[in-house]
Design a protein around this ligand. Structure first.
Ligand code: S3P
Length: 441
C-alpha cells in the first residue's frame, strides 16, 4: 500500500469541546463477552476502529451474530460459554494485540482450532507471554519463530484450571487466562503483583461470571474465576477512551492560549495515570461533571494551556498510563527542565518499539532526547516551539506514535510531516478532523 505523508502545521490557540471515541479495551471485551452470553446484548459507544472491528469479525466467524444499527448501537446475539464454533478460515487480527491475546485465551478452552495472523507490526510482537499459560491449561499452540504470529491454537475440552502468577505486568495476559477459565470447570486464578487495567474483571462480574478479586497489603491482586457459569446478556455503555483523550489534552496544554474541553473521558484509576503526571508537571486540567458510565468513573476534562515543568516519573505509575508515554514524551519536550522516565521496557514490544521510535522522531523535530534501555530522558524547551520537520517522521505502523507527532506539529515552527497516518484508523478514526477542528484549521 502506498501512503502519502501528512503535514501538521503550527497552530494558533485551540478552542472548543470534543468527544473522543469509545474505550478500546472496553470495546473489545464488550464484544467478546456479549458473544459468549446467551441472548441479546446492546453496546452503545463502541469504538468503531480497525482493532475492534477485527474482534467483531473474529467473534462472527466463531458463530456470534453481531450487527450495527443505523443509530450506531451494536446488537450481539451470543453463542453461550462453550458455544464457540470452528471458524472457516484464519482470523486476521490486523494490528491488534488485544484481539489476538484475548482471543487466544478464549479459543484455548473450546474444541476448535484457529490460526491467528496479523500485519507486519503485530507479527513481530511476542505471544509467548500468553502461549505459556495457555499451554499449561492444555491448549496445543504452534507459533512462528520467537513465539510470534502466524500461530495456530488448538483448544481443548476439558482444559485444566491453573493458578498463574503474571511474570510481566500485562492486562492482556491476565485477561487471556481469565477468559480461558470461563469454560473450565474449577477455579482459575491469576496473581497480579502489579495491578493492571481491570476492565475484564469489572465486565465479567457485570455479565454474571463467578469472579472474585482479593487485594493484599503489598498491592498484589488475586483474581479467581470459577468456570462453566453462564453469562447473562447486558446493555453496555462504553465510556470515552482516556488513551485517545490524551492527545487533545496534551495539544491544549502545549499550544499557548488554548482552552479545550474533552467530554466523557473514562477515568478508571488503572488507566488515568497520565492526567495525574501532567497535573504534577503543572498542567491545568480540571475534572468537571464527574459521573459513572457503564460502571466506570467518567468526567469532562477542562484543559488550559500551561507551561509544564519536567519531572521524574515514578516507574510504579507506568501500568496506569502504559499507552500514554508517547504523548507524555511530547509534553516533556515542551516542558521546562528535564523529564526522566524509567522502568518502561514494555514499551519496546508495543505496536512499535516506542522508546526507539519516539527517540528518533523527537531528535528529528529538534528535541533534546537521550534513550536509555528502559526509558527516555528529555530536556524540554520551557514552552518555546521546536524546529519541527519537513522530512517525514516515521510512525512505524503505530497509531499512538502518529498521533503524538501530529500534536507536536501544532507547536513546531515548520510543523511536522508524518509518513503515514493510516495506523490512526485502529483506535481513533476521527483524530485528524478532531485536531484540525480544535485548531480552527
Ligand atoms: C490492553 C492492555 C495493555 C495495553 C493495550 C491494551 C488491554 O497491553 O498496552 O493497548 O486492553 O488489555 P499489555 O497487557 O501488553 O500491557
Amino acid at each position: 500500500m502506498t501512503t502519502t505523508p501528512t503535514h501538521f502545521a503550527p497552530s494558533g490557540s485551540l478552542h472548543g469541546a470534543v468527544t473522543v471515541p469509545g474505550d478500546k479495551s472496553i470495546s473489545h471485551r464488550s464484544l467478546m463477552l456479549s458473544a459468549l452470553a446467551i441472548g441479546r446484548s446492546r453496546i452503545e459507544g463502541l469504538l468503531e476502529g480497525e482493532d475492534v472491528l477485527a474482534t467483531a469479525a473474529a467473534m462472527r466467524a466463531m458463530g456470534a451474530d453481531i450487527l450495527r444499527g443505523e443509530d450506531g448501537i451494536w446488537t450481539v446475539h451470543g453463542v453461550g460459554v462453550c458455544g464457540l464454533m470452528q471458524p472457516a478460515g484464519a482470523l486476521d487480527m490486523g494490528n491488534s494485540g488485544t484481539s489476538t491475546r484475548l482471543l487466544m485465551g478464549l479459543v484455548s478452552s473450546h474444541a476448535i482450532s484457529c490460526t491467528f495472523t496479523g500485519d507486519a507490526s503485530l507479527s513481530h510482537r511476542p505471544m509467548g507471554r500468553v502461549i505459556d499459560p495457555l499451554r499449561l491449561m492444555g491448549a496445543d499452540i504452534t507459533a512462528s519463530p520467537g513465539g510470534t504470529l502466524p500461530a495456530m491454537v488448538r483448544g481443548i475440552v476439558p482444559a485444566v484450571p491453573i493458578e498463574y502468577r503474571l511474570p510481566v505486568a500485562s492486562a492482556q495476559v491476565k485477561s487471556a487466562v481469565l477468559l480461558a477459565g470461563l469454560n473450565i470447570a474449577g477455579i482459575t486464578r491469576v496473581i497480579e503483583p502489579v495491578p493492571t487495567r481491570d476492565h475484564s474483571e469489572r465486565m465479567l462480574k457485570g455479565f454474571g461470571a463467578d469472579i472474585s478479586v482479593e487485594s493484599e497489603a503489598d498491592g498484589t491482586r488475586i483474581i479467581s474465576i470459577t468456570g462453566e457459569v453462564g453469562l447473562q446478556p447486558q446493555d453496555i455503555v462504553v465510556p470515552g477512551d482516556p488513551s485517545s483523550a490524551a492527545f487533545p489534552v496534551v495539544a491544549a496544554l502545549i499550544v499557548p492560549g488554548s482552552d479545550v474541553i474533552v467530554r466523557g473521558v473514562g477515568l478508571n484509576p488503572t488507566r488515568a495515570g497520565l492526567f495525574q503526571v501532567l497535573q504534577d508537571m503543572g498542567g491545568d486540567i480540571r475534572f468537571e461533571n464527574e459521573r459513572e458510565v457503564g460502571g466506570e468513573p467518567v468526567a469532562d476534562l477542562h484543559v488550559r494551556h500551561s507551561v509544564l515543568t519536567g519531572i521524574t516519573v515514578p516507574p510504579e505509575i507506568a501500568p496506569s498510563m502504559i499507552d500514554e508515554f508517547p504523548i507524555l514524551f511530547i509534553a516533556a519536550a515542551f516542558a521546562k527542565g528535564r523529564t526522566h522516565t524509567s522502568g518502561l521496557e514494555e514499551l519496546r514490544v508495543k505496536e512499535s518499539d516506542r522508546l526507539a521510535v519516539m527517540a528518533a522522531g523527537l531528535a528529528a523535530i529538534g528535541a533534546q532526547v537521550e534513550e536509555a534501555e528502559d526509558g527516555l530522558i528529555i530536556q524540554g524547551t520551557g514552552g518555546e516551539t521546536l524546529p519541527g520537520s519537513n522530512q517525514p517522521v516515521a510512525s512505524a505502523l503505530d497509531h499512538r506514535i502518529a498521533m503524538s507527532f501530529a500534536v507536536a506539529g501544532l507547536h513546531c515552527r515548520e510543523g511536522v510531516l508524518i509518513d503515514d497516518m493510516h495506523p490512526v484508523q485502529t483506535s481513533f478514526p476521527q483524530f485528524e478532523p478532531m485536531l484540525r477542528g480544535l485548531a480552527g484549521a
